[in-house]
Ligand binder design. Structure first.
Ligand code: CU
Length: 250
């Protein structure tokens, strides 16, 4: 605008007086028009600029909003994932706790079972087997083993390995019960009283088919020794067996 006013001043200075006024008017007119036009352009430009700025601002707001949404979304996703992880870890921990608890219970139950088995084995005692044989280490018609040392409460099974024999008690400690097995049949006896037991095979006592069982600790075997005399009286052979078996009582 300064250039336009300068141009108008130039015309005013160089023209003659009559023309001077006309030219000056014209110049003023041009200057005013030009000035208006420039103002219009400036105004338009300003509007446009405002519009652009507004649009840019809207765009920026939108971008910011999108970014905020995205950030929220990511935060939520991470949070969900974290929650899931925490939940998984909790589940796993619970599982481990249950397994550990089960395992501990199993061990406890096993220990209890073992303890019970031990108790019952103590109560029932061990089982021993005495075979009834036509021929054995000590000769014909024998119990094997003919001398047996067992703990109190043990059971002894007389097994009819060969037919034609039986097991019948001949002497038992005071307070103990005797037994009488059938011919060619097994018989199992439980020995709950400490002491010395003598037994025989009814059909073969004459041939020295006798046996001795020691239950627990024996301090006095005089009763058994006295009873053995009656048995020896019935024997025609194998008398040395009974003395030998009784000598093993210690
Ligand atoms: Cu016999």
């Amino acid at each position: 605008m300064g250039a336009i006013i300068g141009l108008a001043s130039f015309f005013m200075l160089t023209a003659c007086d009559s023309e001077k006024s006309d030219i000056a008017e014209k110049a003023k007119e041009i200057a005013t028009e030009t000035s208006n036009s420039v103002e219009q352009v400036v105004a338009d430009t300003s509007d446009k600029a405002k519009e652009v700025a507004g649009a840019a601002s809207d765009q920026a707001k939108e971008i910011a909003s999108d970014a905020a949404d995205k950030a929220n979304e990511v935060t939520a996703a991470v949070s969900d994932h974290t929650k899931e992880l925490v939940s998984d870890v909790a589940d796993k921990a619970e599982e481990v706790a249950v397994v550990t608890s089960d395992s501990a219970e199993n061990v406890a139950a096993e220990v209890e079972t073992m303890a019970a088995a031990e108790d019952s084995s103590n109560a029932a005692g061990q089982e021993y087997i005495v075979k009834m044989l036509n021929n054995g280490e000590d000769g014909m018609m024998v119990f094997e083993p003919a001398f047996l040392k067992v703990e109190k409460g043990a059971t002894v099974k007389f097994e009819a390995t060969d037919a034609g024999h039986d097991s019948v008690s001949a002497y038992v400690p005071d307070g103990a019960e005797g037994w009488k097995g059938d011919n060619s049949k097994d018989i199992t006896v439980t020995l709950d009283t400490e002491g010395v037991y003598l037994y025989k095979c009814t059909p073969h006592i004459m041939m020295g088919m006798v046996g001795v069982i020691q239950v627990g600790a024996v301090t006095d075997k005089s009763g058994a020794e006295k009873a053995s005399e009656e048995l020896l009286a019935k024997m025609a052979m194998g008398k040395e067996r009974l003395g030998k078996y009784l000598s093993e009582v210690k």
